[in-house]
Design a protein around this ligand. Structure first.
Ligand SMILES: *Cc1c(COP(=O)(O)O)cnc(C)c1O
Length: 543
């Protein structure tokens, strides 16, 4: 075996080469494990981000003239792990996953096979896994697995972009040649993810043609406002082409009423003789909760307590209608606990894909051969990673019940966190419904959340409370090694007494996302907040 070949996996499966790779992997695992400390957020020391941190790196980075020994390369790789936040019980900031073991192994298999998911001739395993997970998940959400289609793509963001492209091409097949008509309009909740914002920019539809719909107090889209805004567009000669229904808003887990949205689109299609309006369910955050769509709450096989059951029952009612959407997404790298990027874009009717498929003459070197029948020429990617393999592994290992237990525990922990928060603080309001995330807002004196929602405060008062919370976020952020809470400067918009412009609300987020975030940890989270609130209040008195 020559020297170059030694840098690669074996061609014949010999033991020596295998042992060598396994040895390297063992070293990596051992070194990363040694950096772990359950009482800290990061692996090893957090980097000192001085002003010249990245400049120094830019100066020092060069491709070595001669390749380095593997041991040195591994040391450099471990160096990358140092300072990385690890999703243990100290992490309660965002929907970042701790990938489960099966998904890690799935990822490894994906890399070892390195199939190109573009075409089954180049990636038979990836193609097969994609077909399998598409069918499995279609059955869970209530799509007909013989009619649906799915492919992995670049995140929940990619799913929004893909769905918008599909919506435009379906309604205006000529637009692929002629460009996008300038009177197309898209609608979304004002709390929807910025994915659509970017997508209307990139497709040339333009942000001016993206209409934001107001939300209800449960952070779901207000359907009266939706209907009114759609009719206004129609009356001015616009064409409503696309609605983004958010199933789990990113910060507050608000769930849009997709049944109600479909009722409106059907009504307006009839009334104004419109072509079908495309609805994409942006279920990047909430999609995993479809795993309760068939849960039998009467017999309650997982013995869920009433408080948890009642939340999940409410979810079931909403998510059972998700099959009404033309497409949806599973962002496994959020609540599905798999590595980045593992997003499956699911399309209800695979016939729709013909509007965005390339003509055979445009794909001369792949796909259209006598051999190979799975060629995803409708994706925006050309080569694609076989991330369906990670998803597949995770689904096999977790099973429906494993996911149900994990997802129910997020709710359980949040209920405990909320109760404890309200018990221990006189100056806090919880500002969203029970979900995997709790948003909360502190007040310098008494709690004024109801008054804020009712538009009774002045602009200055709301700004002051926002600043009070922003400063508190800075304070606890310094100690994020101990507990890392999230925050958002725009949970929602509220009216004020002395102005027409609505103001955003600053809140803190407790996002329960790790299997290590358990009921037992709740006291620690609360003590952390209390300790810092004492400091925060004192600093105000001094000023
Ligand atoms: C996170 C999120 C997205 C974007 O998903 P990525 O996987 O990060 O691209 C889109 N929509 C919603 C509602 C999200 O929460």
């Amino acid at each position: 075996m020559n020297q170059l070949q030694q840098l690669f996996p074996s061609a014949d499966g010999n033991v020596e080469q295998r042992e060598k790779i396994l040895g390297y992997i063992n070293t990596i695992f051992t070194n990363i494990d040694e950096l772990k400390d359950p009482s800290k957020l990061t692996l090893g020391q957090m980097p000192n981000y001085t002003k010249d941190y990245y400049n120094r790196i830019i100066e020092e980075s060069n491709v070595p003239r001669k390749g380095l020994p593997m041991e040195v390369t591994i040391t450099e790789l471990i160096d990358l792990a140092k300072g990385q936040r690890f999703v243990n019980s100290n992490y309660v900031a965002n929907a970042a996953p701790l990938p489960n073991i099966a998904s890690i192994l799935g990822n490894l298999v994906m890399v070892l096979l390195n199939g190109n998911a573009l075409w089954d001739v180049e990636g038979s395993g990836a193609a097969k896994a994609e077909i399998m997970v598409t069918s499995m998940l279609s059955k869970i959400v209530g799509y007909d697995q013989n009619t649906s289609a799915g492919y992995t793509t670049w995140g929940g963001q990619g799913a929004v972009f893909n769905s918008l492209r599909l919506a435009v091409a379906r309604q205006f097949p000529e637009s692929n040649k002629e460009g996008v008509p300038n009177n197309i309009f898209c609608f979304c909740s004002e709390l929807s993810h910025y994915s659509l914002y970017k997508s209307v920019e990139a497709t040339g539809i333009g942000v001016n043609n993206m209409i934001r719909v107001e939300v209800n107090d449960d952070h779901s889209m207000n359907l009266e406002d939706l209907k009114m805004k759609m009719e206004k567009v129609i009356s001015e000669g616009g064409i409503p082409a696309y609605i983004l229904a958010t199933m789990g808003t990113t910060d507050t887990f608000g769930i849009d009423d997709i049944k109600g949205i479909k009722a409106i689109t059907s009504e307006l299609e009839q009334k104004y003789n419109l072509k079908p309006i495309y609805v994409h369910a942006d279920s990047a955050m909430g999609g995993m909760y479809t795993f309760f769509n068939e849960y039998d709450f009467a017999n309650n096989p997982l013995h869920l307590e009433d408080s948890v059951s009642s939340v999940l029952k409410r979810y079931q009612q909403k998510f059972q209608s998700i099959h009404l959407a033309d497409s949806m997404v599973f962002d496994f790298h959020k609540l599905g606990q798999t590595p980045y990027i593992t997003s499956l874009f699911l399309v209800k009717n695979k016939e729709d894909l013909r509007y965005i498929d390339l003509d055979a003459s445009e794909t001369p070197y792949v796909g259209n051969r006598g051999y190979g029948s799975y060629h995803t020429s409708y994706t925006l990617e050309c080569s694609r990673m076989g991330s369906a393999i990670s998803i597949y592994a995770s689904l096999l290992s977790m099973g429906i019940e494993g996911y149900q237990s994990l997802l129910a525990n997020y709710i359980r922990v949040n209920i405990a966190f909320r109760e404890s928060l309200l018990r221990e603080f006189k100056n806090v309001a919880v500002t969203n419904e029970v979900s995997p995330v709790t948003t909360f807002r502190f007040y310098p004196n008494e709690v004024l959340w109801k008054e804020e929602l009712g538009g009774k405060l002045t602009r200055d008062e709301v700004v002051e409370i926002n600043e009070y919370n922003g400063e508190f976020a800075e304070l606890i952020g310094v100690e994020r090694e101990r507990v890392y809470f999230g925050n958002t400067s725009k949970q929602r918009l509220i009216h004020v007494r002395d102005g027409d412009k609505r103001l955003p609300v600053y809140v803190h987020k407790f996002f329960s996302i790790s299997p290590y975030t358990t009921i037992e940890e709740v006291d620690r989270y609360i003590s952390f907040l209390k300790e810092h609130m004492n400091v925060h209040q004192k600093s105000l008195v001094l000023v």
